[in-house]
Design a protein around this ligand. Sequence first.
Ligand SMILES: Nc1ncnc2c1ncn2[C@@H]1O[C@H](COP(=O)(O)OP(=O)(O)OP(=O)(O)O)[C@@H](O)[C@H]1O
Ligand SMILES: [Mg+2]
Length: 250
Amino acid sequence: MSNIAIHIEHLSKRYRQADQLAVSNVSITIQAGEIFGLLGPNGAGKTTLISMLCGLIKPTEGRFTIQGFTYSSSARKLKSAIGVVPQDFAIYPSLTAEENLLYFGSMYGLSGKLLTSEVHYALNSLGLYEHRAKRVETFSGGMKRRINLLAAVLHKPSVLFLDEPTVGVDVHSKQAIIDYLHMLNAAGTTIVYTSHHLLEAQEFCTRVGIIESGQLWKIGTPSKLIAEVNDARNLEDVFIYLTGKGFRDV
Ligand SMILES: Nc1ncnc2c1ncn2[C@@H]1O[C@H](COP(=O)(O)OP(=O)(O)OP(=O)(O)O)[C@@H](O)[C@H]1O
Ligand SMILES: [Mg+2]
C-alpha cells in the first residue's frame, strides 16, 4: 500500500486578471506521517497553494491527490480526510468556545454524547476547557488561534493543513499549539503548515519547501538544506543565501 499522503504534479494558479502566476508549476510528494513546512515571505503563494489543496480555489493547471482521492472523483471522501485551519479565523465570534466546537463537530457528522465528549476533550487538550462558556470575541489572539485549530480536528482528519497557525500569538500559545500538533502527528496525522518563522519550522518540520514568487525553490529536510549552503547555521541563512534577502516582517 502506498504511504503517499499528498501527491502534487505541476500545479499552477493564475488569479483572474493577474499578470503573474501566484503558484507556478509546483510538484511535491508528501509521505504519510510527515510534518511538511511550506515557507516563504508575504505574497510567495503559500495560501494559494494550500487553498487549492483544501478545495477552496481551483488550479489553473496541474493535478494532485490527497490520500489517493481527487476533488473531481471523490470529493466527499477527500473532504472528510482533511482538516483545514485557515490563516483568517473561521470561528464565530459571538458564539462561545464550546458552541463553536459543537457546531463544527456536528458539521462533520458527530452528534450526541460522542460530540460532547470530543468537544470537551479538545477544549481540555489546548487549555480552553475553563473558558468554554466565554464568547470567542472576548478571547486573546492566542486563544482564538487555539480554538480555530480545534475546530478543524474534531473529525480526526488524516491530513491537517494549517495556514500560519502560530502567527500573532505569544510564546506560551505558540508552544501549546506546536506541542498539540506534535501529539496529533505522533497519533498518525500528516501535517502541512505554512509559516514565516524559519527557525520554528526548522525545529518542527520533517521536511520543508521554500517558496518565493510562486515557485518552489528548494525542498528537503532542514538539516539537508542547511548543509547544502556554505556556512549556513540555520534556515534563515539558507533563505538569505537563496534570495539575497531576509524574510520581510509580517
Ligand atoms: N484572490 C486573489 N486575487 C488576485 N490575486 C491574489 C489573490 N490572492 C492572492 N493573490 C496574489 O497571489 C500572490 C500569492 O498570494 P498568497 O496569499 O498565496 O501568498 P502568501 O505566501 O500566502 O502570503 P502571506 O505570507 O502574506 O500570507 C500574491 O501576489 C497575491 O497578491
Ligand atoms: Mg498567506
